[in-house]
Write a protein that binds this ligand. Structure first.
Ligand code: SAH
Length: 389
């Protein structure tokens, strides 16, 4: 077995079950190739954990076990999948929801691997070349533990020579329609990096619909397929969706359509968010609830946008067009943007504007996106509801 030896004094972190092995903590290592299994040992050569090589973030790989004799084979994955499945019993039986995450990377014991269930169609996402080397074991375990209709895969690492796509079972015609809290969404599993719906926002969408949409004039920027608009439209007076991508219009209209909402009764703009802010201001448009759920980075014309540096601008622009007693829903899925830092930006920006405000709800990931207790970045999603006087 290959080994990686930790620098002196670095073992406590790993004895405390930190799952990602930081390259900087390693003093010496055998020649480690993607997908290799290795023992992590302290500077005295004492065994700490078994891991695989899968380069991601600042890590060279992820811990798989704390048992020196553990064999990483199909049975190993079957055992983890059985546990993951039993922890999601609720989702397999609840009415009105048939799409959820069944295996969430390090939260369920294998960093770099996620599996989602879209009404029986399973999507595997591989985050490194290394974890992809276990494809045969993972697929065999998936087949024996989960009774799926079909399996698709996506490569989430750079330089992949392998294309994702269909893997096994009865391939459906896309889009398929999934249900979440009794709302329907179109999903594509073999069309680019995204599927049409971000399942991690399930509870945020529900909260928006139940508490902040009733009879409201709602604006949703960075709207993508309009998921927040569609769920809110069931209660709202009217919704407005804004996204830069041309394809967003048709995708949003289709999502309204599958919920029997006439897309013509809602507003959809293919526009840059900041340009829309200016447009709305010039036309005296005001919104009771504004949803901001941007990507971590975006580029438009020659401008770049980064949530870490520019979130204040998004808030400021929204304030100009927020109706009195309005609500902002501010989200970020950037794992390097901590909840504390995000809250600071929200507080400082609103205080500097001199408005009266109250943070009324702070939400994170739903239970199926199981996080790792000793690895903070796994809690990447932050959603803050703010009431502004
Ligand atoms: N809020 C969405 C997810 C956003 S994904 C949801 O709930 O599903 C990011 C989206 O931001 C993409 O659709 C992309 O086209 C859009 N986008 C990127 N830069 C933009 C900009 N400057 N203005 C408006 N939309 C932008």
């Amino acid at each position: 077995m290959k080994t990686a030896t930790l620098n002196k004094g670095k073992e406590t972190k790993y004895l405390n079950q930190y799952p990602l092995i930081d390259e900087e903590d390693i003093y010496a290592q055998d020649h480690l190739k993607e997908g290799d299994l290795f023992n992590l040992v302290n500077d005295q050569g004492k065994y700490i954990a078994s891991a695989y090589v899968g380069r991601q973030h600042k890590g060279i790989g992820w811990v798989l076990s704390y048992d020196k004799d553990e064999v990483i084979n199909t049975t190993f994955f079957e055992r983890l999948f059985e546990t993951a499945k039993s922890e999601r019993e609720y989702f397999y039986h609840v009415d009105g929801t048939n799409a959820f995450r069944v295996f969430n990377g390090e939260g369920d014991g294998v960093g770099g691997l996620t599996i989602d269930n879209y009404d029986g169609h399973y999507l595997i996402q591989w985050y490194s070349k290394g974890i992809h080397k276990f494809r045969y074991n993972v697929l065999s375990a998936l087949k024996s533990v989960f009774g799926y209709t079909s399996v698709f895969e996506k490569m989430r690492f750079k330089d992949s020579e392998i294309e994702g796509g269909f893997v096994d079972g009865d391939a459906p015609e896309f889009p398929i329609v999934i249900e979440e809290n009794f709302t329907f969404y179109n999903v594509h599993l073999n069309d680019g990096p995204m599927t049409g719906i971000f399942l991690d926002q399930r509870e945020v969408r529900k909260k928006l619909k139940d508490q902040y949409a009733q009879d409201k004039n709602l604006l949703n920027v960075f709207s993508y397929t309009g998921a927040f608009s569609v769920v809110a439209a069931e209660n709202a007076k009217v919704t407005t969706s804004v996204d830069l991508a041309n394809r967003s219009r048709a995708l949003t209209e289709e999502n309204f359509g599958v919920n029997a909402i006439d897309p013509k009764s809602q507003y959809i703009y293919v526009m840059d968010t900041f340009d829309f802010y200016g447009y709305a201001k010039r036309h005296d448009l005001f919104y009771d609830t504004i949803v901001i759920d941007p990507p971590s980075f975006a580029r438009n014309k020659k401008k770049t946008f980064s949530v870490l540096k520019d979130y204040d601008k998004l808030i400021n622009g929204a304030l100009d067009i927020l109706a009195p007693q309005g609500t902002l829903l501010l989200c970020t899925n950037n794992s390097t943007f901590s909840l504390k830092a995000f809250k600071n930006v929200v507080n400082e920006t609103l205080t500097a504007e001199g408005v009266d405000f109250e943070i009324v709800d702070v939400m994170g990931l739903p239970k199926d996106f199981k996080t790792h207790a000793h690895y903070k970045p796994s809690k990447y999603l932050k959603a803050i509801f703010v009431k502004v006087q």
